[in-house]
Design a protein around this ligand. Structure first.
Ligand code: ATP
Length: 235
């Protein structure tokens, strides 16, 4: 599904990502872990097309999509939920969902069906479907941006720190949502600071340090790695 080879991301003279290679197979949930500033978001946003790669390649199936725009990536089945968690605050939950399907807005019936599907899958959103999105709690807004991303019918979902700033009980709900999406067969790349939660839903994980991959393995292997804190702290 996703194959990233020797990816490089630069901000001017700063080399944020140098030589990252990672893969996600069809239906796999892959976690990208690492300390603040390790380069996780830069990697994710480059895969999303929001940042230009300074080197390396990104393939989706057989297709090289390294230079594709964010919109082209959406059309090829990649949906992204950035860390910023932006809803359209004055629009209702339902209207926010509809906007998530802008690339197939001519398909009115399909969009309506998918909206209903999302509201059935996530009852908390259904209860608030007519409410302005700006009045939702942080956790509900996170649910909404994930459900909105699903409205483009992605094959690959890129999630950047969905648990950020949320209370533990709400984090549990978000991870239940992510587990439910994985159950539906979606491929997911998950950037997370919450290592325990990420490993509880992931099949495999990569640990980034200083812009490169420092370790990789099954979620169980990474969870059991005695040097995990050392990898984080730079030991
Ligand atoms: P966090 O969990 O804090 O978001 P991260 O692992 O996602 O960390 P990135 O946000 O990808 O890390 O940042 C990687 C490096 O690139 C850091 O050194 C950061 O300071 C730098 N960086 C990120 N964005 C920019 C930018 N817009 N301009 C300059 N440097 C940046």
């Amino acid at each position: 599904m996703l194959e990233v080879r020797d990816l490089q991301v630069r901000y001017g003279a700063i080399r944020a990502v140098h030589g990252v290679s990672l893969e996600a197979a069809d239906g796999e949930l892959v976690a990208l872990l690492g300390a603040n500033g390790a380069g996780k978001s830069s990697t994710l946003m480059c895969i999303a097309g929001a940042l230009k790669a300074a080197g390396g390649s990104i393939r989706l199936g057989a297709e090289d999509v390294t230079g594709a725009s964010p919109e082209a990536k959406v059309r090829k089945g990649v949906a992204t939920v950035p860390e910023t968690r932006d809803v359209f605050p004055d629009l209702t939950v339902e209207e926010n969902l509809t906007l998530g399907a802008y690339i197939r807005r001519a398909d009115t019936n399909g969009v309506r069906e998918d909206r209903e599907k999302m509201l059935t899958l996530f009852p908390r959103l259904a209860e608030r479907s007519a409410q302005p999105a700006g009045t939702l709690s942080g956790g509900e807004q996170q649910m909404l941006v994930i459900a909105r991303a699903m409205m483009s019918r992605p094959k690959l979902l890129l999630l950047d720190e969905p648990s950020l700033g949320l209370a533990p009980v709400v984090v549990d709900q978000i991870f239940e949502m992510i587990a439910a999406l994985k159950q539906s067969g979606l491929t997911i790349l998950l950037v997370e600071q919450n290592v325990a939660k990420a490993l509880s839903v992931a099949d495999r994980a990569y640990v980034m340090r200083l812009g490169a991959i420092a370790a990789s393995g099954s979620a169980a292997e990474i969870g059991a790695a005695t040097d995990l804190s050392a990898l984080y702290l730079g030991g």
